[in-house]
Design a protein around this ligand. Structure first.
Ligand code: HGY
Ligand code: MN
Ligand code: MN
Ligand code: MN
Length: 409
């Protein structure tokens, strides 16, 4: 029996092979949740699990869990992430955590090492929330945080439901969802931000995830002729959307610290060059590590949006698309990640996660933590997303060591 080693070439090859599915012409990946590309990516990943003789379970929200048996029939140590992407995704966001999990299983098999506890590799449905909200939908249902019928009934902007798409791509499984018996969960992920690269560090020991608030606003004004309507007589829905977008900077400055605020999606109608917009539907993404500050940001946002709408004489309504409090990971697992990182001689720092992750949902049912590796230029949700091969290999080796420590304790 030798000590299991991550094979960097094999891991890279699997990332590039999966990255071909939904590949965009100029580079990057578009594998929106429950799309044909997502189905193809799921088929490819399930085939890898079966090649590793893993038991494959697919639950009613389409979560895929491959299990590598332990010497004892105990609740598994789980690793994993997601393989759905945003429309301008990269090779690594989510995919890296899933494929590193399969690489860990491969390395264990190669070395003839069977851990005491089983090792589960999870592919959670719709982590991104780009097409169906909320994000982290599959893992939220998995831990009992969102009733399955509500998730299945969720529709995208074209009115297509999660259930219809799961059935269409053949991934509405029969395994029960609900609070699963999982011993612990560790998610390996690219940082998706600039911190590790700017500090020249190799590993992020992630202590928690910041709070997330997604709101969709609908503004209804009055379409009118752009050439004949005096400015003072307009009821311009696009103006209010633009004012809220500009307000993001003021909101962030007002709350200082780590308040992040983004208007990411704007849909105007009739969306024509010579027509004052009758309707604007736009989203606001607020993030903060501090729960009270996040609530304050939400309150300031709604007060400003109402005031801007009133001044323009338009109607405004809103609905919450996602709302998750900040999460702190279990110190036992975080300390283990730090110990294994130190044992491997990696440079590192403890840090929060700016992005949402499935780990923040698993933390509701079992001790969880995350491991980050650097993102080149801090880029993610961008087709130029990149992480150096040495960093990918190092992160996966840390994951392997943490998994063995958890599985054999
Ligand atoms: O938005 C997020 O942070 C996650 O990638 N869905
Ligand atoms: Mn991700
Ligand atoms: Mn993402
Ligand atoms: Mn994410």
């Amino acid at each position: 029996m030798t000590s299991p080693q991550i094979n960097a070439g094999r891991l890279l090859a699997s990332l590039h092979a999966l990255g071909q599915i939904g590949a965009l012409p100029g580079g990057g990946v578009n594998r929106l949740a429950l799309s044909d590309a997502d189905r193809e990516g799921r088929d490819w990943t399930v085939a890898r699990m079966r090649e590793l003789s893993m038991r494959v379970d697919i639950d009613a929200i389409g979560n895929i869990v491959g299990t590598f048996p332990g010497t004892e029939d105990l609740p598994p140590v789980m690793v994993g992430s997601h393989i759905d992407t945003v429309r301008t995704g990269g090779l690594y966001d989510g995919n890296y955590g899933v494929l590193s999990g399969l690489e860990v299983v491969t390395a264990l098999r190669e070395a003839g090492v069977q851990p005491r506890r089983p090792l589960a590799v999870a592919v959670f449905t719709n982590e991104e929330g780009a097409r169906f909200q909320p994000d982290m939908m599959g893992s939220l249902v998995y831990v009992g945080g969102l009733p399955l019928p509500d998730a299945l009934a969720t529709c995208d902007a074209d009115g297509v439901s999660v259930q219809a798409e799961l059935q269409r791509i053949g991934y509405q499984g029969t395994a029960p969802v609900g609070a699963p018996l999982v011993d612990s969960y560790v998610e390996l992920h690219i940082e998706q931000g600039p911190v590790l690269e700017q500090l020249g560090l190799q590993i992020g020991v992630v202590e928690g995830v910041q709070g997330i608030s997604w709101t969709e606003f609908t503004v209804e004004g009055q379409s009118n002729h752009a050439g004949t309507t005096p400015m003072a007589l307009r009821h311009d829905a696009a103006l209010v959307a633009a004012q809220v977008a500009v307000f993001m900077r003021a909101l962030s400055a007002r709350l200082g610290g780590r308040q992040l605020a983004t208007v990411g999606a704007v849909r105007l109608s009739p969306n024509l060059v010579n027509v004052i917009a009758q309707k604007a539907v736009f989203t606001v993404d607020l993030r903060n590590t501090d729960s009270a500050a996040l609530a304050q940001a939400e309150s300031d946002l709604h007060a400003y949006a109402q005031q801007a709408a009133q001044a323009e004489g338009v109607r405004i309504t809103s609905r919450t698309l996602a709302r998750f409090e900040p999460v702190a990971f279990d110190p036992m697992v975080v300390n283990l990640v730090e110990q294994q990182t130190q044992a491997l001689g990696c440079t590192y720092q403890r840090m929060p996660s700016g992005a949402g992750h499935d780990a923040q949902m698993l933390a509701r049912v079992c001790p969880s933590a995350m491991v980050f590796v650097p993102s080149v230029g801090g880029l993610s949700h961008n087709v130029r997303e990149h992480t150096a091969p040495a960093d990918l290999q190092r992160g996966a080796q840390v994951l392997l060591q943490v998994v063995l420590a958890l599985a054999n304790r």
